[in-house]
Ligand binder design. Structure first.
Ligand SMILES: [Zn+2]
Length: 172
């Protein structure tokens, strides 16, 4: 297991659309496990491959509360999601390991399904994802399309974070 470097806002790799994964190889499974390790170490509840410099459709998620709940790690290759019947919009604060100290409210559907390929190459579908898990799936899948949560925050939140964003983008 290894802790990987996390790319920060301003790094071009975060803005590139990611390629679908054709075959689940042992190397990809090792990479995914390293991503989980990196995410727990940060700490965070989700990490997408572009954040560690790979433009491939892979995300890892664990929204269990550290030290209170058993870990619930998910490794998702080629994840896709859509809203469930009865889904409404919900607004909640988000942050991102690639945007340290930046926070803002994002409005997203509050009930979705997610479908992905697991480490054994099998298709899995989880229905009625809600709460933080639901939000995290959407946030991580956005990364695979080169989108960041700050693209979706209000003008007020953007103004509040403007100088932090400028500093992050310029830090190299
Ligand atoms: Zn993120």
């Amino acid at each position: 297991m290894a802790i990987l470097d996390i790319n920060i806002y301003g790094d071009e790799v975060l803005r590139k659309p990611c390629k679908p994964i054709e075959k689940i190889t042992p190397e990809l499974v090792t990479l995914a496990k390293d991503m989980l390790e990196t995410m727990y170490d940060a700490p965070g509840c989700g990490l997408a491959a572009p954040q560690i410099g790979k433009n491939i459709r892979l995300v890892v998620i664990d929204t269990a509360i550290p030290d209170e709940e058993e870990p619930r790690p998910y490794i998702m290759f080629n994840p896709e999601w859509d809203v469930e019947p009865g889904s409404a919009l919900a607004t909640n604060e988000e942050g991102c390991l690639s945007l340290p100290d930046v926070w803002g409210n994002v409005t997203r559907p509050n009930k979705v399904w997610v479908s992905y390929i697991d480490v054994n190459g099998e298709r899995q579908t989880i229905h009625n994802c809600e709460g933080l898990f639901c939000r995290c799936i959407q946030h991580e899948c956005d990364h695979l399309d080169g989108k960041l949560f700050v693209d979706k925050i209000s003008t007020a939140d953007r103004a509040m974070n403007a100088s932090k964003l400028r500093k992050l983008a310029k830090r190299k």
